[in-house]
Design a protein around this ligand. Sequence first.
Ligand code: HEC
Length: 211
Amino acid sequence: MKNNNWLKWSAYAVAGLIVAGCATYPDQATTKQMAEKMVFEGFTYSAEHKSRLVQDRSQQICSKIGDEKLTQAEAAEVVKLARASIKFPASGKLVGDWKTGDKLAHNGAGDRIRNGKEESRKENGALCQNCHALAPGEINVGNVGPPLTGYGKQRGNSEAIAKYTYEKIYNAWMYFPCSNMPRLGATEHLTPEQITHVVAFLIDPQSPINK
Ligand code: HEC
């Protein structure tokens, strides 16, 4: 009998904790709404930069939290939107100058906030090095993405590879919906011409990445 009572009271205690938990913490959707509101309201800089906090349809789909899963239909929509976003350079040439691409790939600069002041750059860097290993032997590289060392050596520099590489940089989500690689062309961080230079850096046999 004593044992039974103990069980009964612990069951009540657990039920109480669960109810208290529900009452204390908002659900996932509300948490997300609150967090997004806080970020938006806390960002007090210019309208130009604040507009970047407005999520487009793909970003809304990809902004899942907790145990929310990307459905197949959502993934397909992100891929479709990514494909529709791609703009090719006016010249039609997808492979530019690898030396310019080399500089861009190693350049992590963009607009930034320093000491509470916005600083605008004339040209954004391509940020690749922040996440990827590039030419062999370089230290101080990121590992958020897979190493790109020997990229062109392994895949060659055919038209198909140039096109894949261009599209991947322009909008990474066309090939991997909601991945952690930024959509560098689609968000206008890089221009189509800048992307052609980075493509050259990746696939040109003369590029240090392929040495
Ligand atoms: C914020 C981190 C980040 C930045 C910046 C970034 N990438 Fe990525 N990249 C990733 C991640 C993560 C993946 C793997 C997921 C995917 O494929 O989207 C990836 C995948 C890739 C792939 C596909 C690899 C393959 O084997 O086909 C290529 C190519 C690539 N990145 C090139 C670049 C280039 C070039 C730049 C600079 C213009 C760049 N990335 C900038 C994170 C990043």
